[in-house]
Design a protein around this ligand. Structure first.
Ligand code: SAH
Length: 220
C-alpha cells in the first residue's frame, strides 16, 4: 500500500482519458479504451513529448498539427463504428487518429497530401507494430476509390464543403464526419447516407488546418 499522503500514481495518458470522459462528450467505452491504448507521445515530435497527454493540438511540422484528443474522441465516436466497417481517413498527419480508429476496426485506409508526413506516419506505425493501416500519399479530397466504398469516412482538415467524391464513396448506411466551413472556423458535420438520400447533422464548432485539394481549398 502507498504510504499515507502519497497520491496513487495515475499515468498522464490515463488522466487524459479521464478528462475526455469527464467532458461528457465522449461516452462510448470503446472509444475511451482506444484513446487509452494508443500512446500519443509516440506521435508528437520529441520537443513536445511533455505535452503529449495535454488535451491540446500540437505542431507536427509542415505547418500541420496532431488534433486535440477530445476532438479525436468526438470524431471517432461520431463515426458509430461497427467491428467490420471499412474506414477511410483523409489527412493522416501523424497517424494518431488512424491508430485510434484501428483499435475499433481491422483495417483503415488513410490519405495524406504531404509526402514526408505520409512517409513518417507509415514508418511510425510500422515501428509501433500497428498493422492494418494503409497509408497513401495523394489528394484525399478525391477519396481513395479503389478501396471503397466506405462505411465510415473521417476528414481531419477543414474544407469549404463536404468533398463530393467522398460522398460518392460512402456506402449505403455509411457515416461521414468532417469539419466544414470558412477557413478559420468550421462546424463539425456528420452526413449519413441511406440509399440515395443523405442527412446532415451539425456537431458543433471546431478549428482545423485547411483541407487543400481539388475538392477542398485551392492549394496555391
Ligand atoms: N489526423 C491527423 C491530424 C491531421 S492535421 C493526426 O491524427 O495527426 C490535417 C492533415 O490533413 C495534415 O497533415 C494535412 O497535410 C492533411 N491534408 C490537408 N489537405 C489534404 C488532402 N487534400 N488530402 C490529404 N491530406 C490532406
Amino acid at each position: 500500500m502507498a504510504p499515507r499522503g502519497t497520491p496513487p500514481t495515475v499515468s498522464p495518458q490515463r488522466r487524459l482519458v479521464e478528462l475526455v470522459r469527464a467532458s461528457g462528450q465522449v461516452t462510448d467505452p470503446r472509444v475511451l479504451e482506444a484513446l487509452g491504448a494508443v500512446p500519443r507521445a509516440e506521435f508528437v515530435p520529441a520537443g513536445h513529448r511533455g505535452e503529449a497527454y495535454d488535451d491540446v493540438a500540437l505542431p507536427i511540422g509542415h505547418d500541420q498539427t496532431i488534433s486535440q484528443p477530445l476532438v479525436v474522441g468526438i470524431m471517432t465516436q461520431a463515426l458509430e463504428l461497427r467491428p467490420h466497417d471499412r474506414v477511410l481517413e483523409v489527412g493522416t498527419g501523424s497517424g494518431y487518429q488512424a491508430a485510434v480508429l484501428r483499435r475499433l476496426v481491422p483495417h483503415v485506409v488513410t490519405v495524406e497530401r504531404i509526402p514526408a508526413l505520409a512517409e513518417e506516419a507509415a514508418d511510425r506505425l510500422d515501428r509501433l507494430g500497428v498493422d492494418g493501416i494503409e497509408v497513401h500519399h495523394g489528394d484525399g479530397t478525391l477519396g481513395w476509390p479503389s478501396a471503397g466504398p466506405y462505411d465510415a469516412v473521417v476528414v481531419t482538415a477543414g474544407g469549404p464543403e463536404v468533398p463530393a467524391p467522398l460522398l460518392a464513396q460512402l456506402a449505403d448506411g455509411g457515416r461521414l464526419v468532417a469539419p466544414v466551413g470558412p477557413r478559420h472556423a468550421q462546424e463539425l458535420v456528420r452526413v449519413r447516407r441511406t440509399g440515395d438520400r443523405t442527412e446532415c447533422e451539425d456537431l458543433g464548432p471546431v478549428a482545423f488546418v485547411p483541407l487543400l485539394g481539388e475538392a477542398g481549398w485551392p492549394a496555391a
